[in-house]
Design a protein around this ligand. Structure first.
Ligand SMILES: Nc1nc2c(ncn2[C@@H]2O[C@H](COP(=O)(O)OP(=O)(O)OP(=O)(O)O)[C@@H](O)[C@H]2O)c(=O)[nH]1
Ligand SMILES: [Zn+2]
Length: 316
């Protein structure tokens, strides 16, 4: 690592460029990377900028949101890091009929990366008792913080703000159309104009391929939006998001109990059947992913060995 590096945060990524803000109160700059980095910088990353003004290092990440990229049949499975160095995931789902299955999936995605979860049920203006639904879902999922919010009436926005203390980096996670961007706008208030397309233009013109952007909220917290996610495949476990099932499962008679009809099962009668079905479905998905990943690792190892062998025995 070169000696003189300035620490800076990646606000957004473009093709071969990154919008980066140093800790000092300077305007963000569009930078390129120096040579080959060990990691490709992504939104939320802390990077080291060298004296020539290029990204030369990506610091270790804590709290990452990683999903499996929807792949074609027969193609290798791969992962995509959606956000780095995140302290809180606000998982969104709209009222009047929030889908528990989607909430559980996004919560698992966050938990797998070591990120605590809060629920934000949007569009509460469409119902009378959104707070009840939020409380029930939170209880069932073992989530401490849950809010029903409305960008139309402003209800619940302050409650969400109370979690977004200065220095916190939060990410909005949820399916397309669940109200993430609208919530961002509500939290930003009038500051919205300073962000987005305005900042993403420079001498070379406008960079319109904004995908995930780290924004600074008026209160001093950072927020990353993740627009347009259709499929949120799991990649590496479900973290602590099914702690209820995992804890009870320790008391099942069989270690590989699937909590169906096995005798001495401690989970089946204690967990909501739909939640248990969701757990099973995600476990099956993870088993499939792990199989594919193991097969790919084996193939990679093979290729390495062949290459090594050919290098050691060049044709004469
Ligand atoms: N009634 C009502 N409608 C809302 C509220 N929040 C969002 N909507 C509407 O829901 C739709 C989807 O909201 P978006 O904020 O674009 O959803 P998103 O999650 O950002 O979607 P992607 O960008 O595709 O991921 C829009 O038509 C919003 O106007 C709300 O609090 N109340
Ligand atoms: Zn069991």
């Amino acid at each position: 690592m070169p000696s003189q590096l300035t620490r800076a945060r990646v606000l957004a990524q473009y093709r071969g460029h990154w919008l980066v803000a140093s800790e000092a109160d300077e305007p963000p700059q569009l930078l390129t990377a120096r040579g080959r980095l060990t990691e490709t910088p992504i939104t939320g990353d802390w990077v080291g900028v060298d004296e020539g003004g290029a990204i030369a290092h990506v610091y270790n990440r804590t709290g990452t949101i990683i999903r499996r990229v929807p792949g074609e049949q027969g193609k290798p499975v791969s992962a995509q890091i959606l956000a780095a160095n995140v302290d809180l995931a606000l998982v969104t789902e709209p009222l009047p009929e929030p889908k528990a299955r989607r909430l559980e999936r996004f919560a698992a995605l966050a938990a797998a990366g070591g990120v605590p979860v809060a629920l934000a049920l949007t569009k509460t203006d469409l119902v009378d008792d959104g707070y009840l639904t939020a409380a029930q879902l939170a209880r069932r999922m073992g989530v401490a913080d849950a809010f029903d919010v409305s960008a139309v009436t402003g209800e619940g926005i302050d409650a969400v703000r109370s979690l977004l203390t200065p220095g916190t980096t939060a990410v909005l996670l949820g399916a397309s159309g669940t109200g993430k961007s609208t919530l961002v706008n509500a939290l930003l208030g009038e500051d919205r104009m300073k962000t987005g397309e305005v900042r993403a233009s420079d001498r070379r013109g406008r960079h319109t391929t904004v995908t995930r952007e780290l924004l600074t909220l008026p209160g001093g917290a950072q927020l990353i939006d993740t627009p347009g996610i259709r499929v949120a495949g799991l990649w590496d476990g479900t973290g602590e998001s099914f702690a209820d099932v995992d804890t009870l499962a320790e008391h099942c008679r069989f270690v590989d109990c699937e909590h169906r009809t096995e005798p001495g099962c401690a989970v089946r009668d204690a967990i909501d059947p739909e939640r248990l079905a969701a757990w099973r479905k995600l476990q099956r998905e993870l088993a499939w992913v792990e199989d594919r990943r193991a097969a790919q690792r084996q193939r990679d190892e093979w290729h390495k060995q062949i290459t090594r062998h050919m290098r050691a025995n060049p044709k004469r």
